[in-house]
Design a protein around this ligand. Structure first.
Ligand SMILES: Nc1ncnc2c1ncn2[C@@H]1O[C@H](COP(=O)(O)OP(=O)(O)OP(=O)(O)O)[C@@H](O)[C@H]1O
Length: 242
């Protein structure tokens, strides 16, 4: 369980881009962060992934304050948190399977990535994860030949195969066709349940949040203005985040 207590992020200019965000995230659930452009969705995900400093606030993970912990504690924590960019970065010449096995920067040790060292169970785990994300038939394709949706699936498989407990995905379906968007969102929801993960997704399309999220967090000018559980937003709620 993750508790976010008063997360505030102030830029050097003095502008508050996140202002006193409170909330909690439970394993097994999919959360959608929605809001207008510039409302702070990416910043919220980056702060949760410890990619941005917190100006103030507490991030309690299973009761322990992750912000107050030292650099090593933060590094250990970062390995449990996978952060997916909108355009998944990967080793273009290597296959989907190899990308899953090697893992992402920050999640897997430098030595392991450089050597591409494969442990006995890694191959089977990676194949199983690729199957879970519906990509088994593309396992031996180089990353550069994969479509945008397939690349996102590889990135998700990579995070899962390396034991991420929290998956933060910034606009993971933007730019994909509607069918791929729905199918990836459905797969994310299923993975949250199957792997008991916390998955947080920043989304532009409200309909996707309404259809797939267990909980929707609405941001407006860096403030969390609404939290809605598994239902469609009312017109008044939509107005709050527009
Ligand atoms: N490095 C930065 N320097 C200056 N301002 C920044 C920086 N990063 C974010 N901001 C500002 O913080 C605010 C929140 O940005 P953020 O990218 O989180 O919004 P968003 O809701 O994800 O927007 P979008 O939907 O367009 O991606 C914006 O006003 C943005 O201009």
């Amino acid at each position: 369980m993750i508790h976010i207590i008063g997360l505030t992020r102030k830029l050097p200019t003095g502008k508050k881009v996140l202002d006193g965000i409170h909330g909690h995230l439970e394993p097994g659930k999919l959360y959608a962060v929605v809001g207008a452009s510039g409302s702070g969705k990416s910043m919220l995900l980056r702060c949760l992934g410890l990619k941005e400093p917190w100006t103030s606030g507490e991030l309690r993970i299973d009761g322990k304050d992750a912000i107050a912990g030292g650099a090593f504690a933060r590094l250990r924590l970062k390995r449990k948190i996978a952060y997916l960019e909108q355009k998944a970065l990967m080793y273009e010449k290597k296959t989907a399977l190899k990308n899953v096995i090697i893992g992402a920067v920050g999640q897997v040790s430098w030595f392991r990535r450089m050597t591409g060292m494969v442990r006995s169970d890694d191959y089977m785990d990676a194949m199983e994860t690729l199957e879970n994300v519906g990509l088994i038939d593309r396992a031996h394709q180089p990353a550069e030949k994969l479509s945008g949706g397939e690349r996102q699936r590889v990135a998700i498989a990579r995070a899962i195969a390396h034991g991420a407990e929290v998956l933060l995905a910034d606009e993971p379906v933007t730019g994909l066709d509607p069918h791929s968007q729905e199918s990836i969102m459905g797969m994310l929801k299923q993975q949250a349940i199957d792997k008991n993960m916390i998955i947080v997704v920043a989304l532009h399309r409200l309909e996707l949040a309404e259809k797939f999220a267990d909980e929707i967090w609405g941001l407006h000018d860096g403030r969390a203005v609404l939290t809605v559980r598994g239902r469609r937003l009312t017109a008044a709620e939509k107005h709050q985040i527009s």
